[in-house]
Design a protein around this ligand. Sequence first.
Ligand code: AMP
Length: 423
Amino acid sequence: MNARAPKGTADMLPDVARAWEHMQRTAQLLFARYGYEPIYTPTFEHPEVFTRGIGEATDIVSKEMYTFEDKGGRSVTLRPEGTASVVRAALEHNLVANGQSAKLYYAGPMFRYERPQKGRMRQFWQIGAEAIGMAEPGIDAEVIVMLMRYFEELGIPRSNMRLLINTMGDQACRPAYREKVAAFIRDHSSVLCEECNRRAETNPLRAFDCKNPGCRDVMSAAPLLRDELCDDCAAHYAAVKVHLDDLAIPYVEDPSLVRGLDYYTRTVFEVQVDAGLGSQNAIGGGGRYDRLMEEYDGPPTPGLGFALGFERTLLALEAAGVAVLGHPTAEVYVARVDASLGEAVFAIVQELRDVGIPTETDYQARSLKSQFKQADRLGAHAVVVVGPDELAAGEVTIRNMATKDESRVPLGEIAERLKQLLG
Ligand code: AMP
């Protein structure tokens, strides 16, 4: 059999898994301060949750979804992102019925059939937050601030990050604008790539996202939505910027930021970091999706949110020199002079763990020397040595691994003495 993980996936070994847990804990603590509660939705959904929500013509839906038939002949899709599921769940369980609102966050794996490269995986891990039921521009700014604070709290310096913002308009102004961009693409069809020409018919705004330098050049002269916004969208966008200014959050307006999902309306944003990331430099992003719930035949319900990627955030942290891969293992190691002392050792280990001290011991009948080596490897600050003579006297020896001091300690005082030693 092939013992390698599938292409585009990665095992999270302990160092990386610890970083993932650290990122989730940081999110839990920070997001709770902003009033967010956890939600877990299924890893797979009916395909329509994504085809309707994200849009048939998007790259995600048209090229990247893992959709297959289960044994009952039902078509299911591994979720490519979290927002659609959270909004589907909010509708299903009436979380925002009768003018209520909900602030929800999630963390977990997402799946997209993409061409793997640095920072781009087929199974990747996201943390996201959604504020559903709120239309005021203040909440747009709050969501953006929470995302920026999150990255800062992890240790990415603000100076390493670039916040891009834009507005996508709404159903009042975007359709006419789409047509203008489509017409622009048709007028320039001979100098745009095949894909961009196709986009004129399916999803013209995505032409702004084309990676082809020639297309970027041409598209830089295309009409901009900010010149075509309806009054309501213009006022909303202006208010979001005032809030960001008030909160002293620096941002760059990028009229070509269109983001790859159909459900966005009005505010969209992205956080980029150059150091350590290469071409996949967006560590997080999101936007408003005021029409998404209607796609699921629910009532008109405003909402917005963001998602951030674990793998890219980790690359950004490494580039910023933040040591999130620390080494928390045993604080205390209990060694035995000979294997016959197992029972006494087991009792001491259990007692120490019960009082909250991370404790490890030997399960492989190692020599005393290799037990000390293992204690070193684990980073133990103290080693409790259990020997037959000491034990007969009702004592053990405790060695302080930093100072090399050793002292004899009565069996009943081990935990107390170790707590002192560990500070
Ligand atoms: P999106 O859902 O496309 O807005 O992505 C939100 C964030 O998820 C991005 O900023 C990335 O950090 C991360 N992300 C998206 N796609 C991938 C991928 N294929 N591999 C790794 N991270 C990803």
